[in-house]
Design a protein around this ligand. Sequence first.
Ligand code: HEC
Length: 170
Amino acid sequence: MAVAVLAALTLAAPARAESDKVAADKAVSSQDGKFFDANGEPTYKIGPDGKVDWYTYSGFQRYSAECLRCHGPDGMGSSYAPALANSLKTLSYGDFLSTVANGRKNLEGGQEKVMPTLGLDKNVMCFIDDIYIYLKARSDDALGRGRPPGKEPKSKAWEEGVNACMGPPS
Ligand code: HEC
């Protein structure tokens, strides 16, 4: 009898228990197509059909343009730089922002591994939430490898924010 009950409970549980982190990253509010978790930090929103919010999609594009050459495709890491899909399992939003803005040097073992200082690079900083949101989705396994299969349209607020951040073309 006990065994039968246990079996029924196991069947009723989701295939993979939702980790605390995945639960904490859950979108609870949104503004102009941008989603936020319970801490008010930016996060992703992915529909049952795999369609991602615009920020996640934009983050995929920007990550691929600005970070992939060192950190590998899809946040999977390389022999040179760590897998950010792993890093974001523990790295806080604040530490992420400051690492990207200030850079970091690792001289351990006679190697020189350098995370460049990107705080003045508009192609990075004007999209830093997008990149964070994308990597957050990857770190939660909410998004698979490669180009997201579908996306919500970009919002006017996103476009205006990017234009204001990038400034007039020089
Ligand atoms: C020129 C190569 C290079 C580029 C381009 C680069 N990084 Fe890095 N990054 C590194 C290296 C190397 C490290 C590891 C430094 C260390 O060991 O302290 C690193 C570390 C980091 C870390 C800390 C990870 C951890 O586990 O603590 C973050 C976050 C990060 N990079 C984000 C980014 C983002 C976002 C981009 C794109 C906007 C980017 N990086 C572009 C080389 C790069």
